[in-house]
Design a protein around this ligand. Sequence first.
Ligand SMILES: Cc1cc2nc3c(=O)[nH]c(=O)nc-3n(C[C@H](O)[C@H](O)[C@H](O)COP(=O)(O)O)c2cc1C
Length: 284
Amino acid sequence: MGIDFAGVQFKNRVTLASGTCGFGRELAELFDLSLLGGICAKGLTLNPRIGNPPPRIAETPLGMLNSVGLQNPGVDAFIREELPFLRQFDTNIIANFSGSSPEEFAEIAAKLAGAGIDMLEVNISCPNVKAEGMLFGTSPDAAAEVTAAVKRVAGSVPVMVKLTPNVTDIVQIALACKDAGADALSLINTLLGMRFDLKSGKPILANGTGGLSGPAIFPVALRMVYQVANSVNIPILGLGGISSANDAREMLIAGAKLIGVGTAMFRDPLIAVKIIEELGKNEH
Ligand SMILES: Cc1cc2nc3c(=O)[nH]c(=O)nc-3n(C[C@H](O)[C@H](O)[C@H](O)COP(=O)(O)O)c2cc1C
């Protein structure tokens, strides 16, 4: 039985989180990607990016910090080289992307919509060059402006906006995105954190700060999904720290319609498939 999510049919409720499954090539050697409800591909930008200098990963209790810095081959190379590979599988392909201005978001979205992607995931956890680097996702106005710019060019492709948890009131941002035309929301992205090396006294990550993910953020994700689901009537893809079928069930109770598995895939690359199997047992 399929699940309708913003007009797209999903064979089950489980997707892979952006940035934790690349473009699926490595995982395709381990399991059939057609088993998945969907794949949120690695975050794209207009031009290729080499990302931040190493170290870009730091361990934390019950999670990890990353400051990969949106390393990616650029939207054109994705459409040319990665999308045909992903299209071999019978699963929804969700393109995650970010820009430095609403115009740049729209330019990337137009390319992806033209390439026949199943859904757009707008990553607004990135700096707005026109607002001194403030993240789009921390201002309701900026979040709305980006959402509207993407909607104008997306045609029939549903637009899902991915929210950052690094805000005081996530409901306010969610409402602004919905009012600007978002078809769905995904939350949460990573929580800003840092760690220091005791010997040098310097941050472990070359970038200084990074995004915290994994089981440590699960209760925060549940709380935010619950708050947004109770205030905004568009479907939610809930993610953040999900590592088991019971976590997925809890996220669905909080109000998500789909779930995303991210950091847990680094520990067990088959965990998403195991969660699908477990959840499937319940539905009959
Ligand atoms: C190494 C790494 C890279 C990520 N890259 C992206 C990205 O490109 N775009 C994005 O929207 N989120 C990105 N994320 C955030 C995840 O998609 C997800 O929202 C977050 O990690 C919380 O889920 P988790 O705890 O299950 O990993 C990344 C996370 C990690 C750990």
